[in-house]
Design a protein around this ligand. Structure first.
Ligand code: NDP
Length: 254
């Protein structure tokens, strides 16, 4: 390619929820595209960061951060920028899912899902944007929403998750408009059923039902999301902001 518009060379990318699943795999792909990586996760992702640094010859670091704690997030952003020299890109991806009928979900359980999936996304995105503005920089955010923000999955009850993800997609659009004058783009991806630690433990008969209803007749892999994240974080998409990219093997099309 003569013009390397998909390159992330020399950029520093922050990935939340990068200790496993989608975050871990996509972090590797961002490094392959040239980005240095810093991971925020509830768990110590040092081993993931070391493996990425070794395989792709980039700088990589990991910080234990609970994205539901705004103060901790703010401090971690400053610390990450100190370690990496700067921050340019954010893959805001940490999330949890609760499979439970709404009539059985306690207020605490409801709040927990909303806290991680919506408030966490907001705290990290705004702390990241504050850092950029304070340092006179432009930047770029991709939030992980879900196809569950567009459709209602069955047979499992997951109203809290679905509501949180619909909110993430609309929050992304709202921030995209607010931050357009600041040169900060904000997009979201909405994956369909993806085989990760999150979905791997779900009862087999539900997984079989899901697969039977996906036109592709299979779940996706985290690798199949990487191209979209690279596209949205790179100069290949400089006129794209406030977009929600659904990647779901046609699930929401039918
Ligand atoms: P995983 O559970 O495999 O990975 C999520 C990571 O985020 C885990 O390492 C988890 O730690 C971490 N995490 C959870 N809560 C917090 C927190 N409060 N602060 C910091 N880190 C946290 O999930 P996936 O990789 O499957 O999902 C990643 C994202 O993609 C989520 O937002 C999810 O909703 C979304 N998504 C997933 C789909 C799928 O089919 N897998 C489909 C559509 C969207 P711990 O393990 O300790 O909880």
């Amino acid at each position: 390619m003569k013009r390397d518009i998909f390159s992330l060379k020399g950029k520093v990318a922050l990935v939340t929820g990068g200790n496993q699943g989608i975050g871990k795999v996509v972090a590797g792909y961002l490094a392959d595209a040239g980005a240095h990586i810093v991971i925020f996760d509830l768990n110590d992702a040092s081993a993931v960061a070391e493996a990425i640094a070794k395989e792709y010859g980039v700088q990589a670091a990991a910080l234990v951060v609970d994205v539901t704690d705004p103060q901790a997030v703010e401090e971690a952003i400053q610390k990450a920028a100190g370690i990496m020299g700067t921050l340019d890109l954010l893959f805001n991806n940490a999330g949890i899912c609760l499979h439970k009928p709404a009539l059985e979900v306690s207020p605490q359980e409801w709040l927990k899902v909303i806290d991680v999936n919506l408030n966490g996304i907001y705290y990290v995105a705004t702390a990241f944007a504050r850092y950029l503005v304070a340092h006179g920089k432009t930047g770029n955010v991709v939030n992980t929403a879900s196809m569950s923000g567009t459709i209602v999955n069955i047979p499992q009850g997951q109203a809290s998750y679905n509501a949180s993800k619909a909110a993430v997609a609309h929050l992304s659009k709202s921030l995209a408009v607010e931050w357009a004058p600041l040169g900060i783009r904000v997009n979201s991806i909405s994956p369909g059923y993806i085989r990760t630690e999150m979905t791997g433990t779900v009862r087999k008969d539900w997984q079989d039902y899901w697969v039977s209803t996906i036109p592709f007749r299979r779940m996706g892999t985290p690798e199949e999301l990487a191209g979209a994240v690279i596209y949205l974080l790179s100069d290949a998409s400089t006129y794209t902001s406030g977009h929600d990219m659904i990647i779901d093997g046609c699930f929401t099309v039918v």
